[in-house]
Ligand binder design. Structure first.
Ligand SMILES: [Zn+2]
Length: 376
């Protein structure tokens, strides 16, 4: 499982030689057979061998050893049931090798550079929010958690707590139908109230960011009325889905709500950035954002996914800028880097700033594809 600490540790890695970073999509839905992603891996390895040449003979040797180790790891086999992507970080010259198994998909990519290429991992971590799905009907309640692309059912929590009082007022033989009807209404009512109480205890114990409710419309509406405000304010969607739905159907529903929530959150952040730029509490565009980062004023860095402009990095004082070659801070010559945003992300993570990759947001593109909310 990926953790924030692991990504920060990778971002801070500095070695004596180049690092090979390899992302491999092993998602069973894209690649049903092992041979499918092994072919993809061979393409990536060939690409890395070519890229290593530019870094000199020592790098070529180190990268060749990295590739052998990555290839051996993949071909030795691994459990694909919960792994949809792999990320390898290797520097054989330093004896460094790290594998991250991602429960979310990754895009195939191989990078040879002085530092590990962590942006795709950071993007996965930032996009990940915890969801609960609660399905209700008149008789039963089911609870699922949807986290890092994995759906797990936790319906047993409703059995663990006795309902109490269910048997009271049970209609005897010969009751009239109106009485039975009223009784069954009462039972359904108590069932929903009980389910709401248990859901609160469970979700407060292991919190989630969003709750998805599903079931017949009027039952969901009543259930929502019983929910503690802590849960009620986390309700992200109400779906007409059967309480008997299979795991695939629940998972698909959770995925589509997750995508909608992500788009909404990103739009809100870009809106905040636009306002902040107006008041001086934010900056937008590459030059202004890199300057704020170097001055350690960044709180949250927002980047359009896929924005990879060239730029300059000072090896002496870590200055980053769009224009070279002399460092405006220490006057030393700087290095040209093919993706200065990658350097910016590493710098931000090292300084404990938050980083958010934004997909398909035209407003951020208009602002220059990168921007930052400032601490001061
Ligand atoms: Zn400098």
């Amino acid at each position: 499982m990926i953790s924030e600490d692991q990504v920060r540790a990778l971002a801070g890695h500095r070695g004596s030689c180049v690092v090979t970073s390899c992302y491999l999509d092993v998602d069973g839905r894209h690649h049903p057979r092992h041979a499918d992603y092994e072919t993809q891996l061979d393409h990536l390895l060939r690409e890395a061998r070519e890229k290593a040449v530019a870094f000199g003979p020592e790098a070529v040797r180190s990268v060749a050893a990295d590739l052998e180790r990555i290839s051996a790891w993949v071909r030795a086999g691994f459990d694909r049931s919960h792994v949809r992507g792999l990320a390898f970080f290797a520097c054989s010259a330093d004896g460094f090798f790290d594998v991250v198994e991602s429960p979310l998909p990754v895009s195939n990519e191989i990078v040879v550079n002085h530092t590990p290429h962590v942006r795709p991992l950071e993007s996965i971590l930032q996009a990940y929010e915890r969801f609960a799905v609660v399905l209700v009907d008149r008789q039963r309640t089911r609870l699922f958690r949807f986290e890092l692309g994995e759906l797990t059912e936790h319906t047993e929590v409703f059995d663990a707590v006795p309902r109490g009082g269910d048997q009271a007022g049970h209609p005897g033989q010969g009751s009239r139908s109106a009485h039975v009807q009223r009784h069954s209404e009462e039972v359904a009512h108590r069932h929903l109230k009980h389910a709401a109480d248990v859901a609160f205890t469970e979700l407060q114990g292991h919190p989630v960011d969003h709750v998805i409710l599903g079931g017949p419309h009027e039952i969901v509406a009543e259930f929502e009325g019983h929910l503690h405000p802590w849960i009620a304010q986390r309700v992200a969607a109400r779906l007409v889905i059967s309480a008997a739905a299979g795991p695939d159907e629940v998972r698909q529903a959770a995925l589509s709500v997750e995508a909608a929530v992500t788009r909404r959150d990103e739009a809100a952040l870009v809106g905040r950035l636009r306002d902040a730029v107006g008041t001086g509490a934010g900056v937008a565009g590459l030059a202004a954002t890199l300057a704020a980062l170097v001055e350690r004023r960044v709180d949250l860095l927002l980047i359009s996914d896929g924005y990879e402009p060239e730029g300059w990095r000072c090896p002496s004082c870590r200055y980053l800028g769009p224009i070279g070659r002399r460092c405006p801070v220490c006057a030393n010559p700087m290095d040209l880097v093919d993706d200065v945003v990658e350097e910016a992300v590493e710098e931000a993570l090292t300084n404990k700033c938050r980083v958010r990759m934004v997909r398909e947001n035209a407003d951020l593109d208009v602002l220059g594809r990168i921007g930052a909310l400032l601490r001061f």
